[in-house]
Design a protein around this ligand. Structure first.
Ligand code: ARG
Length: 358
């Protein structure tokens, strides 16, 4: 009799565990209601928000949401964007805003398997009051391999159950995987383009899934969370070797900023100067009153300058309008800066050169 009870409890525990495992993004957890205030749900307005929700996105400007192009349906009249809501069925929370216009990336190729340039910008009919998410700047290289990232969404929590759309926002953390590993023969065998990135575990188990499309993949940085990816595609969900594939936001940074920022929102261009005293270098630039901060760029000095390419330009954000560095022997740099406000950037400052003098 005792053994029976044991077996029954063990079975119950196993069943419980199973259902626990299938109540999240795919094996994630319920987000804290205040953690992701820029998360948005995109829904068909004829239904309740829980039934109508089909994709997600992120607020990157008071009037603009970024999502996947494959989420951008043509008839915008029966679509709505839901902001500031954690539990979809709580219709009295957050904001519901209609759509003014959708800009799909011109290179989006509508390929259902592995869409290229799977990014679209949604302009809201009126600005939202939710906080915005910063998107990764091209040269910041926040999408490095092995960085830990977080994906959120209201999508399927069980790939076999089409009704498993989550009422509450879910999240899971995943490492970013190199395109080389993701394109291996046992994985996507070359289908992952340079403008895509992969995140997940080789053994599978946790992933975004259907319905999470358009949602942000984010990394935490010194200046807060920044978006590095957009949920785009994958072979099933959470399968070993088949990582989640995301649109690489940094590849589309200028597409985003060129479309969402009005002339008045673009900060003034700072003028930069370099002072060198032996190995002590101070780079200083104008304080721009309207800016939230500055993006600082540096690249190894080369003559001619054409050798400065994507791979050797780096950038990082700074709050102050100067930086002090100590130079190593014979190391020479180009430097420049841009002022930013939200996701809107000024043009580049003049180019400074830091040349080692002996
Ligand atoms: N295309 C899916 C959607 O429309 C998202 C797929 C993401 N899949 C994955 N395994 N990460 O919702």
């Amino acid at each position: 009799m005792k053994t029976y009870i044991y077996i029954i409890t063990i079975c119950l525990l196993l069943i419980q565990n199973q259902s626990l495992a299938s109540t999240r993004i795919i094996n994630g957890s319920i987000a804290k209601p205040t953690d992701w205030p820029w998360a948005v749900s995109i829904a068909i307005s004829d239904f309740s928000t829980l039934q109508g929700a089909f994709c997600a996105g992120s607020l990157i400007h008071p009037s603009w949401v970024v999502t996947a192009a494959h989420c951008a349906k043509n008839n915008i009249n029966n679509l709505q964007v839901i902001l500031g809501r954690h539990t979809l069925s709580n219709e009295n929370t957050g904001e519901t805003i209609k759509i003014k216009k959708i800009i799909k990336h011109p290179e989006y190729d509508n390929n259902p398997g592995n869409p290229l340039a799977d990014i679209a910008l949604i302009q809201l009919e009126k600005p939202s009051s939710q906080p915005i998410l910063r998107v990764a700047e091209t040269y910041n290289k926040l999408d490095n391999n092995n960085s830990l990232a977080t994906v959120i969404g209201w999508g399927l929590t069980d790939v076999k159950d089409k009704s498993s759309i989550s009422n509450k926002l879910q999240q899971t953390s995943l490492p970013i995987i190199s395109n080389e590993i993701c394109n291996a023969p046992e994985s996507y065998d070359g289908d992952v383009a340079d403008s895509m990135l992969c995140a997940g575990l080789a053994e599978g188990g946790t992933d975004a899934c259907v319905g999470d499309s358009g949602a942000p993949l984010m990394v935490n940085t010194a200046i807060g969370w920044q978006q590095v990816g957009i949920v785009s595609w994958g072979e099933s969900c959470a399968k070993p070797n088949f990582y989640g594939v995301y649109t690489k936001i940094s590849s589309f940074h200028s597409f985003i900023t060129q479309n969402i920022c009005t002339a008045e929102e673009i900060p003034a261009i700072p003028m930069l100067s370099v002072k060198i005293k032996q190995e002590n270098v101070t780079v200083h630039w104008d304080n721009i009153a309207e800016a939230d901060g500055y993006q600082f760029y540096y690249a190894p000095y080369s003559e001619p300058m054409t050798e400065v390419t994507f791979n050797n330009i780096n950038s990082f954000p700074l709050k102050d309008n100067n930086i002090n560095v100590t130079l190593d022997n014979n190391v020479n740099f180009y430097v420049a800066v841009r002022a930013y406000k939200g996701n809107c950037y000024s043009n580049y400052s003049n180019l400074g050169t830091i040349l080692w003098e002996n």
